[in-house]
Design a protein around this ligand. Structure first.
Ligand code: FES
Length: 597
């Protein structure tokens, strides 16, 4: 490709159709965008010197986000720097609810006006619809109504959203009532197309949130918005592009026009909801981490450029706090825990870990800044759960791995990481403090797994000759520290909520594990490293992408929408940052459990 002098390698690669991983948002700190410069390598800049070893720099390795191109350059992009679509979980637990969508279609024949019947057009429409409530109508529709009645021989279908007439269509179109529900995650987007006559989900599609190019976590994205003119619009445009592509895919697979979709709902963490609505989220990024709004928001699709019918109503579910969003409301809604007598704990393990505890009488929620380590970021060979990622690790006589898509691996994703850490603890390669032990501290058969990587102790999972890039995949001492930090944050958050609620492990009747990532992890391994509480296995239940399920429920059921508002008001938010007991639990949780459960 031809690029102007001073173009970054990330941009040049983009022009060549190669999208690079940028977990730190191009900040030059994560090292995940490293590429090999075969010709034309410039002098390394300070950030490259901080992240790459002298040997790597001498071999021509540079950071694609930092290096700018000055003349003819030849670069190889290794597989682990490439961004691939990841495995996205689209299903989740769904409790029974009644089908009663806020969107309705009513076909009526409106009688002609005459001297004997001098009612206005709208009075005749209201009487024909025979609605209980007074129906509101906007000016544009009023302007279009007489022409539409004339052209349709007075037989028309009204599209009603709550007590408002949204639109009018010629003839009887009541056989087509569609809505779309979105879960806007930091990492993944999931859209579901629902037939609102039956409550059936007609199609589900997921994509990676393209904002990941601007950073893996919400804090990095907020700082991008703060430091770049037009940053909010850019991030929003990326998100919207992917959402509209999902809508097009859903409608195509159901064989309908996007214009036929007249309702949409969305859940997301608080930052994602702000960005989607075009509301500046920067106040969430700094203490005291305040959101601009908490309540549900309703608007027309055209206001947000969502590619469904422009007059469709779009309902964004309410938030709880700056770091606990409507996706958590979705989890609570789908799990039914707000109606249950039993005390249940719901954990949504993602870049940010959200935890809710409670029953029908009381509910508490907190957010644990776990960071993206458990999803593979900030781990030397960590990657998303996409093709080439080790998703499962088994310590037999040798270490065996299974790889997404088969073939040789390029890195390890969260579920593989949890397997590896739990078993490294079990066989004594790592002690409870998270230290990789010295070779003479383990039986001889295990010693060959202990290696050195960049001057630090490491555990070799796959030797160089069996990987895609010809470099051994290892877990370094620093990786174990990252996992410890992430696990400790969630574990300490769970402990604070349990003590605030006044229950011990015995009284915890169910542990619900939500989130796309959560479904792929093994309970015993997650418990071994302290990520999930030590309750009997049968009390741990995976509830899948419950946030997306909650969004579908709010689309298909008016009372679920009302319940979401109620949950948002009822949940007590616990701010961990200011609590001394969190700090204490966090320090304790830095040590891995001793392995007696
Ligand atoms: S170092 Fe380049 S994206 Fe993180």
């Amino acid at each position: 490709v031809f690029v102007l002098d001073g173009t970054t390698v990330v941009e040049a690669a983009g022009q060549a159709g190669i999208i690079l991983n940028q977990p730190c948002g191009g900040g030059g700190t994560c090292g995940k965008c490293r590429v090999e410069v075969l010709e034309g390598a410039p002098e390394p800049v300070a950030s490259e010197q901080a992240v790459l070893s002298p040997a790597e720099l001498a071999d021509g390795w540079r950071l694609a986000c930092q290096m700018t191109i000055r003349g003819h350059t030849v670069i190889t992009v290794p597989p682990q720097a490439r961004f691939f679509e990841q495995k996205i979980l689209v299903k989740g637990r769904e409790r029974a609810y009644s089908l009663d969508p806020s969107l309705r279609k009513v076909c009526v024949s409106v009688p002609e006006g005459s001297t004997d019947d001098p009612r206005s057009d709208m009075d005749r429409v209201r009487d024909a619809i025979a609605a209980d409530e007074y129906l509101r109508v906007d000016l544009e529709l009023l302007r279009a109504l007489p022409g539409m009645l004339r052209r349709s021989d007075n037989r028309v279908t009204f599209i009603l959203e709550g007590d408002e007439i949204q639109n009018v269509e010629s003839g009887d179109t009541t056989d087509s009532v569609w809505g779309v529900a979105f879960d806007i995650g930091t990492t993944t987007l999931v859209g579901s197309l629902m037939d609102l006559r039956t409550g059936q989900t007609a199609a589900v599609a997921g994509r990676t949130n393209p904002q990941t190019h601007f950073g893996d976590d919400v804090v990095t994205r907020i700082s991008y918005i703060e430091s770049h003119d037009g940053g909010l619009a850019r991030l929003r445009a990326r998100l919207l592009g992917a959402m509209n592509a999902i809508i097009a895919e859903l409608c195509e697979s159901a064989g309908i026009e996007c214009e036929s979709v007249y309702a949409a709902t969305a859940v997301g963490n608080t930052t994602m909801s702000h960005i989607f609505l075009g509301i500046d989220p920067t106040s969430i990024g700094h203490a005291p981490y305040l959101a601009v709004f908490r309540e549900a928001v309703d608007c027309r699709a055209r206001t947000l450029d969502v590619a469904i019918n422009p007059d469709a109503n779009l309902h964004v579910l309410p938030n709880i706090a700056g770091f606990v969003g409507s996706d958590t409301i979705g989890v609570v809604l789908a799990s039914g825990m707000a109606h249950d007598d039993r005390v249940q704990l719901a954990i949504d393990i993602g870049t940010n870990g959200e935890v809710v505890i409670g029953n029908r009488d009381r509910m508490l929620a907190c957010s644990c800044a776990a960071g993206p380590a458990l999803e593979g970021a900030r781990i030397q060979f960590g990657m998303r759960a996409s093709e080439g990622a080790i998703s499962k690790v088994v310590f037999n006589d040798t270490i065996e791995t299974s790889v997404i898509g088969g073939g040789a691996p390029t890195g390890i994703c969260g579920s593989g990481l949890i397997d590896a850490v739990a078993q490294a603890l079990d066989c004594g390669l790592v002690d409870p403090t998270g230290r990789i032990v010295a070779p003479d501290e383990v039986p001889e058969a295990r010693r060959e797994s202990l290696v050195e990587h960049d001057g630090q102790p490491a555990i070799c999972l796959v030797p160089a000759e069996r990987t895609r890039m010809g470099q051994a995949i290892v877990l370094t001492q620093k990786d174990f520290r990252e996992v410890q930090l992430a696990t400790a944050a969630i574990r300490a958050g769970v402990q604070v909520l349990m003590s605030e609620f006044g229950v011990g492990l015995d009284e915890l009747e169910a542990v619900l594990v939500a989130g796309g990532f959560g479904n792929f992890i093994r309970r015993s391994h997650a418990q071994r490293m302290g990520l999930l509480p030590g309750v009997p296995h049968e009390r741990i239940e995976y509830i899948g992408n419950a946030a997306a399920t909650g969004a579908r429920m709010a689309l298909a059921c008016r009372s679920c929408r009302a319940e979401a508002e109620d949950i948002s008001r009822r949940i007590e938010y616990i701010e961990l940052a200011t609590r001394a007991d969190f700090q204490m639990h966090y320090m304790d949780a830095m040590e891995f459990p001793s392995g007696d459960h």
